[in-house]
Design a protein around this ligand. Sequence first.
Ligand code: NDP
Ligand code: OXD
Length: 313
Amino acid sequence: MEKGRILLAVTGFHPQRWRELLSAEREVVLEPDGASDPSITYAVVWKQRPNLLSSLPNLRAVFSIGAGVDHILADPTVPDVPIVKVVADNLTQYMTEYVVWRVLDHHRQGMLYRSQQKRKIWHEPPQRPADDISVGIMGLGTLGRAAASVLLSLGFAVNGWSRSERPMKGVSTYAGEAGLIPFLNATDILVVLLPLTPRTQGIVNYGVLKELRKRNGLGGSVLINAGRGRLQKDADIVRALEDGTLKEASLDVFEVEPLPKTSPLWSHPKVFVTPHAAATSDPVHLAPIMLRQMAAFERGEKLENLVDRDAGY
Ligand code: NDP
Ligand code: OXD
């Protein structure tokens, strides 16, 4: 197979570093150039514009610069070529850090202490051991499993929920629709690491949050979402925080991004906001992995980390 050219179309990312690194081995065409170009065989994308990929007559594979691929599949005209998602130690490490940071902050009452410090209050609330707390990971895939293993090593009880059965040593696992309510009923801190698909859209709603376990040393249940914003209903989270269904939340993703200035989540005293920054796609780590995959593909080897189009992730 001939050495293919790359179309780089990364809306919302600075393309220069990606271009530089991918150019080390291949010719790279930067969007808006390249549409309909028959010499392009690969597309490296983030939120590509609709109909762009279907305009490329010799496209052989699409590489997402993120672990999530909803931004690609949002365009129904994407041609039937393999789509590769990011699986990389560096990205996994970033996400593990984010999840562990947020779990520990809620567990060790970071919000209370920050508020006390502002008011110069010297007060020590009761401390609870980690094994009193069940962290439930919704989406026990690459990122969920890595976070689960560090949380286990810190002594937390860990639950996991996935589409199919995914046994993991030390983790109480639940699967499919039938497993959802039992999973939630056994969970104090809900960590959402699901992909956005037609089946998961809006899944983090008031009814689901209501099912979380309340009897715990935290004094309420907690939501951490680092998956996708459209998995959740922002208004339901505000409602759940207001009526005590939720004690606190850490949100990295939102229904609309950037989070509109008018959103009550920005200034809510029980919410910790980060700007979709839990795990950044770093081209220094990810571009070489893509180039290696392209070279292997041209030698006739199989592409890895392929998206299942029917499942949507
Ligand atoms: P994986 O594909 O490895 O894992 C996805 C997990 O979700 C799997 O366990 C899968 O089940 C489960 N799942 C999917 N659909 C359902 C469903 N309908 N019901 C129950 N479980 C379901 O993905 P990653 O771990 O690599 O990434 C997860 C998501 O994290 C990405 O899709 C992306 O949206 C988000 N992300 C966010 C970032 C950020 O900075 N905020 C950075 C990187 C990723 P099964 O195991 O049975 O397939
Ligand atoms: C991703 C992301 O999907 O950064 O990797 O959101």
